[in-house]
Ligand binder design. Structure first.
Ligand code: KIV
Ligand code: ZN
Length: 387
């Protein structure tokens, strides 16, 4: 059976760029957009054109430049927003307008001061208006994670009947548990008339650290698109991380889902976004963190030196990392020290190694991480005390 192709909708340049301190100028946005195209994302959401003249300009420039990827602009269910998004997308090879409205009771009654009926009307009008500019219209039901499923099904059915090609089910506040989010997608799949005419999209926030798990639960239950960002950046605790959702599907072939992502570009794209957006990546971040392929305890190092797969489920080359690293600390063992000695060109006998190892432990206690220059000076000593 062939793999089911899951579309990757990257929103680094919209949801990610909303993060305080992460704003980019047009040239920086273009650089990231080109990297996303090379990475192979299916859709890139590159801004919210009504929000500022600068954002309009960036979306417009990217729309002219990007030829192989759908370029998407965000709007609220407001006619002026939709017109400005359409203008910004002029010249795009594959334009998409993303429009929508809040559907949870909290959004309808507290934020919009509206009613369920009026929200459906506004959503339908927005999709129809967007359709008058572009063929590809995505509808989002903001706070779908906390929207009652029966009502959500009504909204989504109306949006599809109005012409939505993609229906986005955002867990805007990162509230859902994976099984709840999965059931929501399944419910829509089974209860929305016309659902076969649209792609269901996930858009999961990370407030409880569940954005990746929820996105995967969505796909398992019938979603065909995942909205995500490089390094998982985005509002508050962020969005689902692109590199995580992609590598989960690549590693777990039994899921029968895959993407078009060129995974060898993941590390470089992560570094580019991190440096342009001045947003460091935590060292223990899955896939792209600096420790993701670094081994520090003696037991792990011994295993990895004998066979990489003992402690690694991903070949680092597959995600654009040159090689696994053995970090030498006071928790490292003789096998790791010997391995590094050989790499540095020192052939140390078994008898000498014991003396070197005891000296190494003193250096490691003092320096925390022992660097190559420390080892070169250690192994260059002709006299070492035996243990
Ligand atoms: O989190 C959210 O609900 C959003 C929508 C605008 C899609 O970002
Ligand atoms: Zn969002």
């Amino acid at each position: 059976m062939p793999n089911n192709h899951i579309q990757i909708f990257d929103t680094t340049l919209r949801d990610g760029e909303q993060v305080p301190g992460c704003q980019l100028n047009t040239d920086e946005k273009i650089e990231v957009a080109l990297a996303l195209e090379a990475l192979g994302v299916d859709v890139m959401e590159v801004g919210f054109p009504i929000s500022s003249p600068g954002d309009f300009h960036s979306v417009n420039k990217i729309a002219q430049i990007i030829k192989n990827t759908t370029v998407c602009a965000l709007s609220r269910a407001v006619p002026k927003d939709i017109e400005v998004a359409a203008q910004a997308l002029k010249g795009a090879a594959r334009p998409r307008i993303h429009t929508g409205i809040g559907t949870s009771d909290s959004h309808i009654y507290d934020k919009l001061k509206s009613t369920r009926e009026k929200v459906i009307e506004r959503g339908v009008a927005a999709v129809k208006y967007a359709k008058s500019f572009v063929e590809d219209v995505e509808f989002y039901a903001e706070d779908a994670g906390r929207t009652d499923n029966e009502f959500l099904a009504k909204v989504i059915e109306a949006a599809i009947a109005a012409g939505a090609t993609v229906v986005n089910i955002p867990d805007t506040t990162g509230y859902c548990l994976p099984w709840q989010y999965g059931e929501k997608i399944k419910f829509l799949k089974e209860n929305v008339k016309g659902i076969e005419n649209a792609t269901i999209s996930t858009h999961c926030h990370n407030d409880l650290g569940l954005a990746t798990a929820n996105s995967i639960a969505g796909v398992v239950n019938g979603a065909g698109q995942i909205e995500c960002t490089i390094n998982g950046i985005g509002e508050r605790a962020g969005n689902a991380s692109l590199e995580e959702v992609v590598m989960i599907m690549r590693q777990h072939k039994e899921m029968m889902h895959d993407t078009r992502i060129n995974t060898r570009c993941l590390k470089a794209t992560s570094e580019l976004v991190s440096s342009k957006m001045r947003m460091p990546v935590q060292p223990n971040k899955a896939i792209v963190g600096s420790n993701a392929f670094a081994h520090s305890s003696g037991i792990h190092q011994d295993g990895v030196i004998k066979k990489r797969e003992t402690y690694e489920i991903i070949d680092p080359n597959e995600v654009g990392v040159n090689e696994s690293s053995i970090v030498l600390t006071a928790r490292s063992g003789r096998a790791a020290l010997n391995y590094r000695a050989k790499k540095l060109g020192f052939n140390v006998t078994r008898e000498d190694m014991e003396g070197y190892y005891q000296e190494f432990l003193h250096i490691a206690d003092e320096k925390k991480v022992v660097q190559d220059e420390d080892l070169i000076s250690l192994f260059s000593q002709t006299e070492v005390k035996s243990a």
